[in-house]
Design a protein around this ligand. Structure first.
Ligand code: NAD
Length: 291
């Protein structure tokens, strides 16, 4: 048996096409969604992300606003920019690219974003809303993983899910979303005992560790659905957190790296911007873009 490849690239392209159609419908009402991206400093990976975010925002017909600040920018200047964006009616979504320079308090900066414009879903209010099952802005990467899982498996109720990683960006919100879909969820992390045995119980295995080819094929339950969030730069190129070659003959389905979760993240950022725009204009949430 060989695992089915979950084509996140194609799924994300379909999602962006749908978003573009919704943006056209909004244009007929005189509404144009706007996404502001703030980049502080010169981190090369962040520059690449910000560039492709800007390009795809424009491609779906939204307005893209880019703000680049030097890494010596005082925190109060960044906070003043966020305050201006919060008050700007042309801006429906605000994303501050992480990581921020060391002299800045990341939590304070994120919590300065108006929660209804927090398209990354990292503001404490959105974290709390998600955790209590209320209408929130949901972090893009886990939202993309959830869409792929639902598309593959349908109803997730009662499935055993193991999420490796407990970050605020991926692991924790992923666990919340799976719980919301009534999966039975275990969150594993760097101190988890006998991780391979735990993983072998999982019908759904999500790896968000940040270690190249960490999860081996013999950790995977035969037929399981494996979502590989990892993006690791190695001499051999980009690889995931799952050892793809040994996972392929065991898993039922698996996301490749690249071309799996990665493209879903930006598509879900656009989805969140569309949702934020609809809410700001008193419209109902677009179908299927929110959990
Ligand atoms: P992080 O470093 O914040 O968290 C990593 C988690 O892995 C931690 O909770 C830690 O406890 C756990 N961990 C570390 N070593 C472990 C071990 N030996 N056994 C079990 N667990 C262990 O990273 P993150 O921000 O959550 O990102 C995880 C990965 O996902 C990275 O490779 C990152 O580049 C990638 N990522 C991809 C996307 C995307 O769009 N595809 C988005 C965000 C992050």
């Amino acid at each position: 048996m060989t695992a089915a490849i979950i084509d996140g690239k194609a799924f994300a392209a379909g999602l962006r096409a749908r978003i573009a159609t919704e943006v056209e419908a909004l244009a007929r009402r005189g509404i144009k969604p706007g996404l502001a991206v703030v980049l502080v400093g010169e981190d090369p990976a962040s520059q690449v992300y910000v560039r492709s975010k800007g390009r795809m925002t424009v491609e779906v017909g939204m307005a893209s606003f880019e703000h680049r600040l030097p890494d010596t920018t005082p925190e109060d200047e960044l906070l003043a920019l966020i305050a201006r964006l919060n008050a700007d009616p042309a801006v429906n979504g605000i994303l501050v690219q992480l990581p921020l320079p060391r002299h800045m308090d990341e939590a304070a900066v994120i919590n300065a974003i108006a929660p209804e414009k927090d398209v990354d879903g990292f503001h404490i209010l959105n974290v709390g809303l998600l955790a209590t099952g209320q209408k929130a802005m949901v972090p893009c990467t886990p939202l993309g993983c959830l869409m792929l899982l639902r598309d593959r498996l349908g109803d997730l109720a009662g499935k055993r899910a193991v999420v490796i990683g407990r970050s605020n960006i991926v692991g924790k919100p992923m666990a919340q979303l799976l719980l919301r879909d009534s999966a039975t969820v275990t969150v594993a992390h760097s101190r988890t005992a006998d991780l391979p045995a735990l993983c072998r119980e999982a019908d759904i295995l999500v790896a968000a560790v940040g270690r190249a080819e960490f999860v081996k094929g013999d950790w995977i339950k035969p037929g399981a659905t494996v979502i590989d969030v990892g993006i690791n730069r190695t001499e051999a190129g980009l690889v995931g957190d799952v050892d793809f070659a040994s996972a392929l003959p065991v898993a039922g389905a698996i996301t490749p790296v690249p071309g799996g979760v990665g493209p879903m993240t930006i598509a879900c950022l656009l989805a969140n911007t569309l949702t934020a725009t609809a809410r700001a204009n008193g419209l109902t949430d677009p179908e299927g873009l929110t959990p």
